[in-house]
Write a protein that binds this ligand. Sequence first.
Ligand code: ADP
Length: 218
Amino acid sequence: MNIIFIAAPAAGKGTQGNYLERECGYYRISTGDLLRKEIAKKTALGADIENIISKGELISDKIINTLLINEFKKINGKKFILDGYPRTLNQAISLDDIIDIDNTITIYLDIDLETAKERSLGRLICPKCGTSYSKDNPELMPKKNDICDDCHVKLIVRDDDNEETFKKRFDTFLEETKPVLSYYQYKKKLYKIDARLDDDDIFENIKKILKSVDVDKK
Ligand code: ADP
């Protein structure tokens, strides 16, 4: 089963996506990571993207859809996780033309504003592989202070992980992305998980959902 994660910022999509990638052989597509890679290239497009992300707004469908379609070409038949797409109803409708919805489920990681804000403001990321770490949560701290466990480079704070931009990103989620949940609920493709739980428990719940869907399909 392919998985689409839908969640407010800093709910844990990336962390859970990483677990699934490492343990279950998924190909993870994070539109946020794709955009940050574009910024790192220091192109004119990257500069435009940086400006929009720093305001907590959404990138245009034209740009994001092009990046996404290029990424889909690399999947090589693997099952995939979509982390950060679709974020609008229009994106959800476009996605129907690209993926096989019968083999895909949507998981909503449900979180409240305060918990998400705390996680966002305590987050560090690896500029090379995009893995998220936490300054506060012992389960998600790097083994060595401020250094990525895998790439051994210095971790950074994302430009949009500040209080003001976080609030705007959360509002954008409520206005633009929450309606996408009803779209998948109507298609009977929506599963909800309490994202305030520990990472391990969230991961267990995701695996339970995947198992139950597989059993239903047989
Ligand atoms: P988070 O979920 O913590 O906000 P992401 O890395 O998923 O982090 O996204 C960071 C930013 O990238 C978003 O605030 C938005 O500006 C942009 N972005 C990511 N995915 C999309 C998308 N599907 N459509 C438009 N903008 C996107």
